[in-house]
Design a protein around this ligand. Structure first.
Ligand SMILES: [Zn+2]
Length: 423
């Protein structure tokens, strides 16, 4: 995840503040000693600190706005300098808070990351306008409501000093195995500390359906993700420190369930999607409607951030290309010309919108949104059409469970209100 606002989950209500290991992705943070001289700290995203004879080894460094909170809690229990930091990936909530975490006057630490982090920093610089728009949609649910940014991607104080595909390092007598896996990102590292039997997952585990489908972001890799979770489970960790949410401490059986059930969830989605692709390469929408995601009421598989339908899309994109499989959409008409034709066949905008509102009232929200799109695309200057379309999208947002879907539909309502036609 790439978030660092004081309230990144503006769409969610009832976020839980208490500390418990099943408080999930919305746990707001704190500090817990997970082993002697070893702490998990979190202020939205997690940092694990291992005190060794030669100084601290940190897994992740939080974000610019959160790192001060993390540092305050860390420095209540240790004044040791930071010897080494491992970035689990280059997202802004994991790799941008290091300056605040350093001890006063200390020498610069070793900063370990995967080589792909440098391409990531370059990409953020090249796509700042795009990223601002998608950030506002994803986290603010409103294109007008600027979500905090930009941050200083690739600034010298954040840059790694050592790039590794994988490595085993020893610091002050403690051992850290660093492993690479493509999951949410292509630069992901996870860390195994055999001394305390602790696994630090980064965002490969976030107390929610994995963010393997994000509709606006680059490719995710759910099949490699699942394999990494199985590799972690094979270490038989006693303690799991996640990218978001609270840790699970000294409960190896629970950690096994968390890792293996999440792996199986991803594997089943991937297997079903590939089987459907193999069955005649049907239009993508048919695959999306045919995949049945595994059912689970486990607190670590709630679809509150991302969701199965979007993971299916990411698998199709990787193996199946960009064309939807619908013949007309290979080289489509413009939105305005298609909308004009549909409105004409409907006998005008009014009957089209009325049908959209009937579908909304009957719970046929997927259908309703198609009809509303055409109405707005044909009559974006009509304030009544704007308002009625916005109402349909707000109803759609209310019906969804994942932050991605809720906030993209809330954004659609905002665009409609502005007459911006989803752009
Ligand atoms: Zn994250």
């Amino acid at each position: 995840m790439t978030v660092n606002s004081a309230n990144p989950f503006s769409a969610r209500r009832g976020a839980r503040d208490e500390f418990s290991d099943d408080a999930g992705i919305f746990w707001r943070g704190g500090r817990i000693e997970i082993a002697p001289g070893t702490w998990f700290l979190s202020h939205f995203s997690g940092v694990t600190a291992f005190e060794t004879a030669d100084g601290l080894v940190l897994v992740d460094a939080s974000s610019e706005p959160s790192s001060g909170h993390i540092a305050d809690r860390l420095r209540e229990v240790t004044s040791a300098p930071v010897h080494t930091v491992v970035y689990t990936h280059g997202h802004r909530d994991h790799a941008y808070g290091l300056p605040a975490l350093l001890a006063e006057g200390q020498a610069p630490p070793e900063v370990i990351a995967h080589p792909a982090i440098l391409d990531r920093f370059d990409r953020y610089g090249a796509l700042s306008g795009y990223n601002e728009a998608v950030r506002n949609r994803q986290f603010a649910g409103d294109p007008q409501n600027g979500f905090p940014g930009p941050v200083t991607y690739g600034a010298p104080e954040h840059l790694p000093t050592r790039l590794v595909e994988s490595a085993t390092i020893t610091v002050g007598g403690c051992t850290f195995e660093i492993h690479h896996a493509r999951g949410e990102t292509d630069d992901a590292l996870w860390v195994w500390n055999p001394d305390h039997e602790v696994v630090c997952t980064g965002d490969l585990f976030i107390w929610a359906v994995p963010n393997a489908g994000n509709p606006q972001k680059v490719q995710r890799y759910p099949w490699e993700w699942a394999a990494a979770l199985r590799e972690m489970a094979a270490k038989r960790p006693r303690t799991l420190c996640p990218g978001h949410g609270g840790p699970v401490v000294d409960d190896p059986d629970k950690v096994q369930r968390m890792l293996l059930e999440t792996a199986a969830y991803l594997e089943q989605i991937v297997e079903q999607t590939i089987a459907l692709l193999n069955d005649g390469a049907p239009p993508h929408v048919d695959i999306v409607h045919a995949v049945r995601p595994p059912e689970s009421d486990a607190p670590w598989l709630r679809p509150v951030y991302d969701e199965a339908e979007f993971i299916v899309r990411n698998v199709i994109r990787y193996f199946g290309g960009w064309w939807s499989g619908r013949p007309s959409e290979l080289k489509p008409a413009s939105r305005t010309s298609l909308a004009a034709a549909v409105v004409g066949l409907s006998g005008g905008v009014e009957p089209l919108l009325a049908e959209a509102e009937r579908a909304t009232a009957d719970g046929e929200l997927r259908l309703a949104c198609h009809l509303a799109d055409w109405a707005l695309e044909h009559a974006r200057d009509d304030h009544s059409v704007r308002a009625r379309t916005a109402a349909i999208y707000l109803a759609r947002a209310e019906s969804e469970t994942s932050l991605m879907a809720i906030n993209l539909f809330r954004s659609a309502a905002s665009y409609a209100t502005l007459g911006r036609d989803f752009r």
